[in-house]
Design a protein around this ligand. Structure first.
Ligand code: HEM
Ligand code: NAG
Ligand code: NAG
Ligand code: NAG
Ligand code: NAG
Ligand code: NAG
Length: 593
């Protein structure tokens, strides 16, 4: 019977002639539930290591007593999402009481606990190993790869061959008509997302997939200061802690590669005097990224002036290093209180306060996971055209066009990007054709890295696996198409699952991006060393003035302290002046459609 299965699945390598051991790797069935770890014994035996899961039994499926009690009281993610995005009157009260801090602390610990720390696997090591721990050139992985010797690419479910990624992209992801984000997310948000995340998502093509060039694995501001000391030094002025800059029309802009010798990624036809030098090599790609690079450069030098006035005896190095820590703090503050606040749609007023975690067990370290990188491919945010001060740019006029930053200036770009609505991320059929190659590459990479099925990730993050494609999406055409191409919901891949899941009511994506993405995000933000009890004190930031800059940072201040005239600046398009206070997440009219 087993020999029969073996021939059926054409796995001659698994057949050892004498005695006949020919069996499927039992871990291909993903038998261990509740974060249990599958270990193969002999040829067709396995054991689930259920240590610390709160469950026991062959497959870690039987809850221990306290787990039963906990399960009884634990609301589903859908339930608490419902509560957090409704009952504004209730939250208006909670925002002003100790309950706010208590809830914030709960959110942080519950989410962060889902991320293994220290990190565990990577794309070459599906088991705990010293190499995986110590070689930080790898992205880590939350779930080990699908074993190499499984009957199907996704384990045991689905077809022998996965569908053509190009077909998946064209049928389910390609935009037909622009779908605006129902939460009013704008391009200011989209470019912030891209700018911020490209400090820790820097896939290293040369070493094969699964490697990163961003060895800081978190919010180290490598996108502003470079990912190596050599790069950083090329960008520094070595005077008063400042970064190199140039003055054009009386305003500060990043230097060109003539003044800061860095190999930036630009197409060959762009001359050196139009190549801006920045911490991230690819930021010449979009005027939105150049805009943020300019704002943060101005902020760094502004903070240096403040520090220098306080500490006239400090040398360049100490001014630079301290300013960098202040900017890291500002970034985390803005990401939690402006960016994640907008993204979540929660009425609970989120709070960045490292002291919330001082009483609990928490590891101040972080390792970026390849699953997080895939999850963050939010290319549907990008519109079909970019509108700046009444002018319209298509992709050909916009990409790598460094004149746009100088011709309009930071104020005008902030104002225009803040007023243009972005696309809805989840639900499918909303990616501009110019960037459709990106999801194709993501899917190809996930196969190379043997990422586990979407439903295995759902389970890993405490969600119920979907039973059918109809349950995944309300779009009948997509559900039928996926059924035809994948054959089995348990064989659906990670990225298509995330992008095609039905969005939450008035949300920009589905439940899985929220429940899988937030743990990575919060762990990365709070796991930063500046949040630790040893660092989180005024002296780290040059005294009370520096500490206050961190504690009061906001997107609004970041922009307006660095431009002459304060424009409209937010992560959502202007809310229409209506009395409809009860539905702030309701459909916003799209400005330019
Ligand atoms: C017009 C705008 C954009 C263009 C042309 C673009 C293009 C690309 C390209 C060509 C890649 C490399 C794909 C690969 O080799 O696998 C990439 C990667 C990526 N993009 Fe975009 N993108 C855009 C906007 C965005 C936005 C708004 C986000 C939002 C978060 C985003 C997030 C990412 C991420 C996380 C990666 C992976 C980076 C890495 O691992 O090195 N992109 N993008
Ligand atoms: C454990 O999981 C395997 C594979 O999914 C299944 O065949 C088996 O019946 C399960 N055993 C128990 C005791 O639940
Ligand atoms: C509570 O916080 C939410 C989110 O920031 C906000 O929409 C709401 O107006 C706040 N309520 C009060 C009274 O501050
Ligand atoms: C990390 O692993 C890769 C692949 O094995 C190897 O090429 C690289 O040298 C390792 N890095 C270090 C610092 O050992
Ligand atoms: C830039 O790239 C060229 C060619 O690859 C190389 O010779 C040069 O050393 C690089 N310069 C820097 C500053 O990295
Ligand atoms: C770049 O933008 C400028 C406006 O700043 C515009 O005049 C020019 O045509 C654009 N370049 C290209 C190649 O489209």
């Amino acid at each position: 019977m087993q020999a029969h299965i073996c021939i059926l699945f054409l796995l001659p390598l698994m057949c050892i002639p004498e005695p006949v051991h020919c069996s499927i790797n039992p871990c291909c069935y993903f038998p261990c539930e509740k974060k249990g770890i599958c270990v193969r014994f002999g040829y067709d035996e396995y054991e689930c290591d259920c240590t610390g899961t709160g469950y026991y039994g062959k497959n870690c499926t039987i809850p221990e007593f306290w787990t039963k009690v906990r399960l009884f009281y634990k609301p589903s993610p859908a339930f608490y999402h419902y509560v957090l995005t409704r009952f504004k009157w209730l939250w208006d009260i909670i925002n002003h009481t100790f309950l706010r801090d208590l809830l914030m602390k709960t959110v942080l610990t519950v989410r962060a606990n889902l991320i293994p720390s220290p990190p565990t696997y990577n794309s070459d090591y599906g088991y705990i190993s010293w190499e995986a721990y110590s070689n930080v050139s790898y992205y880590t992985r939350v779930l080990p790869p699908v074993p190499e010797d499984c009957p199907t690419p996704m384990g045991t479910k689905g077809k022998q061959e996965l569908p053509d990624p190009q077909i998946i992209a064209e049928r389910f992801l390609l935009r037909r008509k622009f779908i605006p984000d129902p939460r009013g997310t704008n391009l200011m948000f989209a470019f912030f997302a891209q700018h911020f995340t490209h400090q820790f998502f820097k896939t290293h093509g040369r070493m094969g997939r699964g490697f990163t060039r961003a060895l800081g694995h978190g919010v180290d501001l490598g996108h502003i200061y470079g990912d190596s000391l050599q790069h950083q030094h090329a960008l520094r002025l070595f005077q008063d802690g400042k970064m190199k800059y140039q003055i054009i029309n009386g305003e500060i802009y990043p230097p060109t590669v003539n003044d800061a010798a860095i190999n930036m990624t630009y197409p060959p036809h762009i001359p050196d005097e139009k190549r801006f030098a920045m911490g991230q090599e690819v930021f010449g790609l979009l005027p939105g990224l150049l805009m943020y690079a300019t704002i943060w450069l101005r902020e760094h030098n502004r903070v240096c002036d403040i520090l220098k006035a306080e500490h006239p005896t400090w040398d360049d190095e100490q001014l630079f290093q301290t300013a960098r820590l202040i900017l890291i703090g500002e970034t985390i503050k803005i990401v939690i209180e402006d960016y994640v606040q907008h993204l979540s749609g929660y009425y609970l007023k989120l709070r960045f306060d490292p002291e919330l975690l001082f009483g609990v067990q928490f590891q101040y370290r972080n390792r970026i996971a390849v699953e997080f990188s895939h999850l963050y491919h939010w290319h549907p945010l990008m519109p079909d055209r970019f509108h700046i001060q009444g002018d319209t740019y298509n992709y050909q006029n916009f990409l790598f066009n460094s004149s746009i930053l100088l011709d309009y200036g930071v104020e005008a770009l902030v104002d225009s990007f803040s007023k243009q609505i972005a696309g809805q991320i989840g639900g499918g059929k909303n990616m501009n054709h110019n960037i459709l190659k990106v999801p194709v590459l993501v899917i190809m990479e996930s196969r190379l890295l043997r990422l586990q099925p979407f439903n295995e990730y759902r389970k890993r993050f405490g969600l119920k696996p979907y039973k059918s494609f109809q349950e995944l999406t309300d779009d009948k055409e997509i559900a039928a198409g996926l059924q035809e191409l994948y054959g089995d919901i348990d064989a659906l891949e990670f990225y298509p699952g995330l992008m095609l899941e039905k969005p939450q009511p008035n949300g920009n994506f589905g439940e899985s991006i929220v429940e899988i993405g937030s743990p990575f995000s919060l762990k990365g933000l709070m796991g930063n060393p500046i949040c630790s009890p040893e660092y989180w004190k005024p002296s780290t930031f040059g005294g009370t003035i520096g500490f206050d800059i961190v504690k009061t940072a906001s997107l609004q201040k970041l922009v307006c302290l660095n431009v002459k005239k304060c424009p409209y600046v937010a992560f959502h398009i202007p809310k229409k002046q209506s009395s409809d206070e009860s539905t702030p997440t309701g459909k916003e009219p799209s400005i330019e459609l």
